[in-house]
Design a protein around this ligand. Structure first.
Ligand code: ACO
Length: 338
């Protein structure tokens, strides 16, 4: 009885899955001319063939393109929104937050607008925040966007990170009820989130934070950019994503074979394949687009979700498992039912 009530209150849906990437494409051949690297190394270690890079576009600009498509697909106007949540670690500025800049661009005001930072897990953290808001506000229509200009925080001389990341944004609308039948929606069946701050030094962007303040006239050092212990991050990513997937499946009494499509964070083909192997997920039930976009951090999961939908990889009735891992460390998983 209590469980039924809990489920009723916590029911929420995602609609209007959309994504946007900037026009400029940076291929592995382009990178060969910029840093000491080569196509063979990049493909064999990462699976990435190209990434999209923002030029004169900020986080809110990418978010604007993804959001306007999401609103159009969900058939709602920006002035009907009740909240805006933007997941990012690369906002336009410290103040104002990028959600406020975005709200002005999409033409609404007078509602809460917030950024959240859970690095690459930001979208799944945002889903949990959005569905909590739906429990508090039954009429909520929440624009949930994840937008990253990771290139703004990449040391262009560091070949080990430069080849990995790309820019992009993914967006959707979260509500307690699905919209009209012609709007494609999915039910958020469950979400699980975790973090471990003891491992924070393995993946950082420290420079400019209050623990590492900038001084007037100071030269920008490499601490202002993504710094990562690649091999350690790799191991923790596979281990943590596997354990949270098993936990959410067990909690929901679902076996891995019942998952129609597995959409992991698109960081690196080897992380994805190692995870899929441990989870015994078949190739046909696995979605991969890291080859086209690189690692777009928080935007990676919503981009992959929208891309999988557009490519017809998700059918009505399908059960989809999302999972992500990122700096912090943070990790999370969600079961969504189409
Ligand atoms: N081109 C050519 N050589 C390179 C490059 C490059 N772009 N980058 C590094 N190398 C060299 C290194 O200098 C090193 O050379 P050395 O042996 O002479 O010292 C050699 O390649 C091997 O370097 P490793 O770092 O040991 O390479 P590894 O096989 O571990 O692959 C990689 C590196 C791809 C970063 C891997 O560790 C990885 O995938 N880590 C996961 C990190 C990740 O995806 N992070 C994303 C953020 S977190 C997340 O989203 C999950």
């Amino acid at each position: 009885m209590l469980e039924d009530l809990y489920l009723m209150i916590n029911k929420s849906y995602l609609s209007g899955f959309s994504f946007y990437v900037p026009d400029t494409v940076l291929t592995n051949n382009d990178l060969e001319k910029m840093v000491d690297t080569n196509e063979e190394w990049i493909i064999s270690r990462t699976g990435i063939r190209q990434r999209h890079i923002a030029e004169n576009q900020a986080c809110s600009d990418l978010a604007f393109h993804a959001s306007t498509q999401a609103l159009e697909k969900a058939k709602i106007k920006s002035d009907q929104l009740t909240h805006i949540i933007n997941a990012t670690f690369t906002p336009d500025a410290y103040v104002p937050n990028a959600a406020c800049v975005l709200m002005e661009k999409i033409g609404t005001k007078g509602i809460p607008a917030m950024d959240i930072n859970a690095a690459c897990t930001g979208f799944i953290y945002g889903m949990e925040l959005a569905r909590s808001l739906c429990a508090l506000h039954p009429e909520a229509k929440i624009l949930l966007v994840a937008s990253e200009v990771v290139s703004s925080r990449i040391n262009i001389q560091d070949r080990s990170t430069r080849v990995l990341f790309g820019d992009g944004a993914g967006a959707c609308v979260v509500s307690r009820q699905p919209f009209s039948p012609e709007v494609q929606s999915c039910y958020i069946q469950d979400i699980m989130l975790k973090a471990d701050g003891s491992l924070s030094d393995l993946l950082t962007v420290k420079g400019g934070g209050s623990a590492h303040p900038m001084l007037l006239g100071q030269t920008v050092t490499d601490s202002f950019f993504v710094q990562m212990e690649g091999r350690e991050v790799f191991k923790h990513a596979v281990r943590s994503m596997q354990s949270i997937c098993l936990e959410i499946l067990e909690k929901n009494n679902i076996s891995a074979e019942q998952i129609d499509l597995f959409i992991p964070h698109q960081a690196n083909i080897r992380i994805i394949e190692a995870l899929a192997k441990k989870m015994e997920i078949k190739q046909e039930n696995l979605f991969i687009n890291v080859q086209d976009y690189g690692n777009t951090s928080a935007a990676s999961v919503p981009i992959a979700l929208a891309d999988a939908w557009e490519k017809g990889r998700i059918k009505p009735g399908n059960l989809v498992l999302l999972v992500a891992f990122g700096g912090g460390f943070t990790w999370g998983a969600s079961l969504i039912q189409f």
